[in-house]
Design a protein around this ligand. Structure first.
Ligand code: PAF
Length: 284
């Protein structure tokens, strides 16, 4: 595995790979790699011959209240995990080479980025969209794999690629769960043992939604309110939102239409840790 820190060098390598008819797959991360990230690499490997993994803690997607400097950066451990996952190139630039002096251009997302995470973290998705666009230009991939775990981010990236005619296929990777159903996330390390076991309530909520939809219930806001109540009954767990959205538009959905797809979004605070989860349902 080669470690590249210079964007121009990465771009030259990617161009050569393309000229040699290599199919490039990229997985973008902020490091602190876990099972979820490694599953994205595995999925990329199913299609691509060369895998580029990016590690960059992107400052433009952190708000002023969010602690960019506290974000975990276990680089040596990440390098070992990337090697073991047979990543070909690890692209890990420093911030000044991504955002040099006088940098002033950014990608602005539309309404898709205004609700849910976007409302709670103003500017976050513009930062994500900007760095993803830059890294697609630098790594020149044929496919880019993003996790369904961050469903709104995935929807925004799919929209971005369509709207800006970026020539890449976005591959969606399913959520990896711990034994009790908790979605694997970098933030889980901040949970106490008790919070970690209580956190299964989010998955219980998803299972409840599945049962309701299977029973042909269409009252999505009522189902979401029931799940909100379930989460609130767990000591110290406070939902920021529990809502169904239309899978295409990400608009909040109150009533389900037959044969349409909806996604249940959950964001829950457990002390200082925010847990995100979601699941897609098709209404019968
Ligand atoms: O999902 C993440 O880890 C980040 O938002 C991403 C896509 C790597 C951009 O910084």
């Amino acid at each position: 595995m080669k470690i590249i820190t210079d964007p121009a060098e990465m771009q030259t390598i990617a161009e050569k790979l393309r000229l040699n008819r290599q199919l490039i797959g990229v997985v973008m991360t902020m490091g602190a790699l876990h099972e979820g990230h490694l599953s994205l690499v595995k999925l990329a490997r199913q299609t691509a011959g060369t895998i580029i993994l990016t590690i960059f803690v992107n400052p433009t997607q952190f708000g002023p209240e969010e602690d960019l400097h506290r974000y975990p950066r276990p680089f040596e451990r990440d390098v070992s995990l990337a090697k073991a996952a047979e990543v070909d190139y690890l692209f890990a630039p420093e911030s000044p080479s991504v955002y040099p002096d006088h940098y002033q251009t950014s990608v602005t997302c539309g309404t898709l980025a205004e609700r849910f995470e976007g409302a709670l973290r103003p500017g976050h998705f513009n930062g994500v969209a900007t760095v993803v666009t830059k890294f697609l230009n630098i790594t020149k991939p044929h496919i880019a794999v993003f996790g369904e775990k961050d469903a709104q981010q995935l929807a925004i990236i799919k929209r971005l690629v369509k709207d800006l005619d970026i020539d890449v296929s976005i591959v969606e990777a399913p959520i990896i769960r711990e034994e009790n159903g908790l979605a694997v996330s970098s933030r889980n390390i901040y949970l106490s043992g008790e919070q970690r076991s209580t956190a299964e309530i989010l998955y219980q909520g998803i299972l409840h939604a599945g049962k309701c939809i299977d029973a042909a219930r269409r009252d999505l806001s009522a189902i979401a309110a029931e799940i909100d109540g379930m989460v609130r009954s767990a000591p110290g767990f406070i939902p920021d939102y529990v809502s169904f959205v239309d899978e295409e538009t990400f608009e909040p959905a109150e009533h389900a239409e037959k044969e349409k797809e909806y996604r249940l979004l959950l964001a829950v605070r457990a002390g200082s840790v925010r847990l995100l989860d979601n699941a897609k349902f098709r209404c019968r």
